[in-house]
Design a protein around this ligand. Structure first.
Ligand code: 8DG
Length: 157
C-alpha cells in the first residue's frame, strides 16, 4: 500500500517577520476531536503536494495562501534531541511521521486573500503568539505533532 502523504500549513501572519501562528482544532474523527493541528489534509491522486495544500486551505479555511519554505525533517527533532545530534542520526525522511504509517510535509504559509474561517474539519481557529512558545506547546495537539511544532518554533525563534 502506498504511504499516505499528508500536507500541512504553518500559517503565519507574515512570512518574513512572523509574530503569530494559526492553529486549528479538529472535529473528527472522535479520537482526534478537540485536538489541535496544522490545517491541511491528504494529497489526492495526481496532485502535487503544494497544490494539494493550497486546495485544502481553500476548502477548510476559505483562504488563498502563499507558501514559503518547507520545514525540513530533522531526525534528532523526532527524538527531542538538539541539532548537534543530527549528523549521527543520518538523513531525513520524506516527511514527518504520523500515526498509521502516514507522513506529513509542512510548509510555512501566509494568507494572500480571505479571512480564515473554520468551514470544515475544525470548530475553532486560534492565532497564537510566537513570543510564547510554551503556550503553543501546552495546547493539546495531535500527539504526533509535538516534535513538529517544537521544531517549527525552534526554526522560527
Ligand atoms: N491536517 C492535519 N492532519 C494531521 C496532523 N497531524 C496528524 O497526525 N494528522 C493526521 C490526521 C488525519 O489522520 C490525517 C489527515 O487527514 P484528514 O482527514 O485531515 O484529510 P482530509 O482533509 O483530506 O480529509 P478526508 O478527505 O479524509 O475527509 O493526518 C496535522 O497537523 N494536520
Amino acid at each position: 500500500m502506498m504511504q499516505k502523504l499528508i500536507v500541512g500549513a504553518a500559517l503565519l501572519d507574515d512570512l518574513s517577520k512572523p509574530t503569530r501562528l494559526l492553529v486549528a482544532r479538529r472535529t473528527a474523527p472522535a479520537a482526534l476531536a478537540g485536538l489541535w493541528e496544522f490545517p491541511g489534509g491528504k494529497v489526492e491522486p495526481g496532485e502535487e503536494a503544494e497544490q494539494g495544500l493550497l486546495r485544502e486551505l481553500v476548502e477548510e479555511l476559505g483562504i488563498e495562501a502563499v507558501l514559503g519554505a518547507e520545514l525540513p525533517v530533522r531526525a534528532a527533532a523526532l527524538k527531542g534531541l538538539p541539532i548537534a545530534a543530527d549528523a549521527a542520526l543520518g538523513s531525513a525522511a520524506e516527511g514527518w511521521p504520523l500515526s498509521g504509517g502516514a507522513v506529513m510535509r509542512l510548509w510555512l504559509a501566509a494568507i494572500a486573500d480571505g479571512v480564515p474561517t473554520p468551514l470544515e474539519d475544525h470548530d475553532e481557529l486560534r492565532w497564537m503568539p510566537l513570543s510564547d512558545p510554551e503556550l503553543i506547546m501546552a495546547l493539546p495537539w495531535i500527539p504526533a505533532d509535538f516534535p513538529i511544532v517544537a521544531e517549527l518554533l525552534r526554526v522560527l525563534g
